[in-house]
Design a protein around this ligand. Structure first.
Ligand code: URA
Length: 450
């Protein structure tokens, strides 16, 4: 078998066999198949999609490219969550300690920023000392000791996804249902999750811009969960405007800290509580998601979630002085608040433009391995539907270069659109896909084109 033949076959819209997929993923993981071949193959998948069988084989090949953890000896049930990527999405930082504070262990392997969407690992690394490269033994030991882990893929856990993910980020191959579904689910399977809450973002600031595409992605992942005997529920959540106010690594960590103290943005806090409620229900600690939401709210308001976040950061080497006094986080050289250019109702805050502007400021990567500037980013002060008067603060830019400051100002003014008529606020969620009842054999599409 040769890598080039597999690339050509996918380029020509043919279905790959399980052996071909395994050959390609194993060769790529070992380094025998070069990055440029993997990039070409990923582009062929973006353009020509995959059948559900190919996606399942790809997911398992990536999951088994390294160790697959069996957590049944460590915790009664391992519950995990995963977002498909959005703008201002710092949900994990709040949900994970909240769920753990309710008594449900959480072991999570997260990713880095991808294109315009931020990544949990980049955010956590803005806390000096915080380690995102735990070994498998450290992962298991920490889960046993404190019931809470937040790390990245190590060389041993889903290494194929780790390599492919960073290539996709810089080769225009992120937006693909087969690649996203297999990337997310391979990490979950490798990390040993038995129940998974999937936060599938839809809207202009998500990789799935339409609700239909989001639903197909959600159903695909739920099917993979079913085939691999995991429980899963997928929420279709709004990503037309940024979640919360902060976009950019340390700004988002600071917003998560505020939320853990009970003073976070209302939309972000509610989003976190709903997700936590589903995790608690899936994990069997709550009779249903509403009861779970109530438990999560108590844990948040009583400060227990905050204490668990401190424990997590301490366990992974992070400097607690930054958590306890967030003003210690490095500040950008230029901090400028831009005023509303007119009075009116906010009709849109284009999340993708906001995410791309954060990348332009240095909060994300233009090419593989680029360093991240943890201090830069944006605070969006309002939500769609708000009424503002001319001159009120609209957004604040944190930049380290005068040129990017000027470009960001222009782009963010354009990202805000206005109406003279009242505008409905955006919903937080559009629906739910459940592993058990919504999915019947034969229901998933076999051609998964976006
Ligand atoms: N999150 C992932 O883990 N992988 C993707 O491809 C997109 C979002």
């Amino acid at each position: 078998m040769r890598a080039v033949d597999i690339i050509v076959k996918k380029r020509d819209k043919e279905e790959l066999t399980r052996q071909e997929i395994e050959f390609f993923i194993q060769g790529f993981t070992r380094g025998d198949i070069a990055d440029y071949q993997a990039s070409a193959w990923a582009m062929a998948v973006v353009l020509n999609s995959m059948t559900l069988r190919e996606i399942t084989d790809l997911t398992l090949a990536m999951a088994f490219s390294g160790d697959v953890l069996d957590l049944s000896q460590v915790v009664p049930i391992a519950v995990d969550k995963h977002s498909t990527g959005g703008v201002g999405d710092k949900t994990t930082l709040v949900v994970e300690p909240t769920v753990a504070a309710c008594g449900l262990p959480v072991a999570k392997m997260s990713g880095r920023g991808l294109g315009f969407s931020g990544g949990t690992l980049d955010k956590m690394e803005s806390i000096p000392g915080y380690r995102v490269n735990l070994t498998t033994d450290e992962f298991l030991d920490q889960l046993r000791r404190i019931g809470l882990v937040l790390t990245g893929q190590t060389a041993n856990l889903a290494p194929a996804d780790g390599k492919l993910y960073s290539l996709r980020d810089v080769t225009g191959t992120v937006q693909s249902i087969p690649l996203i579904a297999s990337s997310v689910m391979s990490k979950k399977i490798a990390a040993g999750a038995q129940a998974i809450v999937l936060d599938v973002k839809v809207g202009c600031g998500a990789f799935m811009t339409s609700l239909e595409a989001g639903r197909v992605l959600a159903e695909t992942m739920a099917w993979i969960a079913k085939l691999s005997e995991r429980k899963a529920v997928a929420l279709l959540s709004d990503m037309n405007q940024p979640l919360g106010n902060a976009v950019g690594n340390s700004l988002e960590v600071r917003e998560a800290i505020q939320t853990l103290h009970g003073h976070g943005p209302v939309d972000f806090q509610e989003h976190c509580l709903v997700l936590a409620g589903h995790m608690l229900a899936l994990g069997g600690l709550a009779p249903d998601e509403d009861a779970g939401r109530g438990m999560a709210e108590q844990a948040l308001l009583q400060g227990k979630a905050w204490q668990r976040f401190r424990e997590l950061v301490q366990a992974q080497g992070g400097d607690l002085r930054y958590l306890d006094e967030p003003e210690n986080f490095p500040r950008a050289a230029f901090i400028e608040t831009v005023a509303a250019p007119r009075s009116g109702y906010l009709q849109g805050i284009h999340a993708r433009i906001v995410g791309e502007t954060a990348v332009l400021l240095g909060a994300g990567r233009a090419k593989k391995g680029d360093p991240i500037d943890h201090a830069v980013g944006i605070m969006i002060h309002h939500k769609v539907g708000d009424h503002l008067r001319e001159g009120q603060p609209l957004f604040t830019i944190h930049a380290n270069q005068p040129e990017t400051l000027a470009q960001a100002r222009q782009a963010l003014l354009e990202a805000h659109t206005w109406s003279d008529e009242p505008v409905e606020p955006l919903p937080l969620f559009y629906g739910l896909v459940k592993w058990s009842d919504d999915l019947q054999p034969g229901s998933p599409p076999t051609e998964l084109k976006q």
